[in-house]
Write a new protein. Structure first.
Length: 393
């Protein structure tokens, strides 16, 4: 009987991490099958690797773990079993334990721009030249060209970086840190350079946006406020008091944010806040263009909505979407749907005026933050630690 074994996954990752698949002879000669090895050795493949080359090693290298029957989604996308054979892929490599789901489909060419396991990026931004994302678990803020290539580290040793935005020559991000008053808002040049802390002592800052001459963010803890600070640096101040602010967006001199089940607005100079929409089902993500405000309702089946920036009646563009995050361009709203289980997430678009939705990509693991430029759609896969690109959009 085949069983799926997960409890000791961390154990055999730790053990097998010491194995080399380079075939350099440092820990045994290279091989592709047991017949390549001496009689007292086996051809063992590095756990978590999709290398086609293993090492001739004693079974004691993995001990009893080698005999475990494990089912998993292998490197070729097929469900396979056995711990030490070729094609081994630990869950996060493809984002799924056995059995394998349906193969991904995409309307255009789907490309992985970056992938680092256990990095857990949630948010993404692009300026059409590069893509920017925060590896929350690893504490690194990264940049990669929209055409792919080498990853560039903009900042390391950050404490849970999460929200990210780019404007002009600078990228901005929030670090949630671990307490109620130790989060920060940080900026760095898009071309690299020394990061500058614009605000410290914040309460788990999360959403971030840039508009006119200010940076805005939401504090999930501490004072639970919408905050601002000049792009050039200065003293952070409260733009608006709130109860549970999450997403924030800015357009010109107007700022928009979600607070509990409400969508709010205020001028960049502060003053009284206006409730644009109430009674929403936990509006989670937010986007704005010259005319409209767009958001996702995360509670229940999810929904994508829009309304005039000046207020009015919200219009449902998509009901029962299961959405997480969204982005807009001149024609469409793009949103991610993480799905109910591994590898059934999708990226979807709907026209700005509503109508038929278009599924752009399926078979995604946990698609979250999404961004769009003139040619492509980009998103992060939190489970895989990946940055994905779909071209054309």
């Amino acid at each position: 009987m085949r069983v799926t074994f997960r409890r000791s996954m961390a154990q055999f990752i730790a053990v097998a991490a010491t194995l080399s698949c380079s075939g350099d002879g440092a820990s045994g000669s290279g091989c592709t099958k047991d017949a390549d090895c001496p009689s007292d050795q086996a051809c063992l493949f590095e756990v978590g690797s999709c290398s086609a080359r293993g090492e001739c090693l004693s079974l004691d290298s993995l001990g009893a773990l080698c005999g475990l029957v494990v089912t998993y989604c292998g490197c070729d996308g097929q469900t396979v079993g056995g711990l030490c054979g070729p094609g081994y892929a630990y869950g996060p490599t493809l984002g799924q334990s056995a059995p394998c789901g349906p193969p991904p489909i995409a309307r255009g060419t789907l490309t992985t721009l970056a992938e680092q396991t256990q990095s857990n990026p949630e948010c993404i931004a692009t300026d059409g030249t590069n893509v920017y994302f925060a590896e929350t678990s690893l504490g690194i803020v990264m940049q990669v060209s929209v055409e792919g290539g080498a990853l560039v580290t903009l900042a390391a040793n950050q404490s849970q970086p999460i929200g990210i935005a780019v404007a002009g020559p600078n990228v901005f991000w929030t670090t949630e840190a671990s307490g109620t008053a130790d989060g920060t808002v940080v900026t760095a040049p898009v071309g690299g350079g020394t990061p500058t802390t614009l605000a410290s002592g914040q309460g788990a800052p999360y959403g971030i946006a840039v508009g006119d001459a200010n940076v805005y963010w939401t504090n999930l803890a501490g004072n639970h406020a919408v905050m601002k600070v000049p792009i050039a640096g200065g003293t952070p101040v409260v733009l608006a008091n709130a109860t549970s602010p999450w997403a924030v967006a800015a357009y010109g001199q107007q700022v928009y944010w979600t607070d509990g089940d409400n969508v709010m607005s205020a001028t960049s100079s502060g003053g009284s806040a206006t409730t644009l929409a109430s009674g929403q089902a936990f509006p989670f993500d937010l986007a704005v263009d010259a005319t409209n405000l767009y958001w996702t309702n995360a509670r229940g089946a999810g929904a994508v909505l829009k309304m005039k920036k000046a207020g009015g009646t919200p219009i449902t563009l998509v009901a029962q979407s299961g959405t997480a995050r969204l982005a807009v361009d001149a024609s469409n709203v793009y949103f991610t749907t993480p799905g109910a289980s591994s590898n059934d997430g999708a990226v979807v678009s709907v026209p700005l005026d509503g109508g038929t939705t278009t599924t752009l990509a399926t078979g995604q693991s946990t698609p979250e933050g999404i961004a769009v430029d003139a040619n492509s759609v980009y998103w992060v896969d939190t489970y895989l630690g990946a940055v994905m690109k779909l071209h054309p959009k």
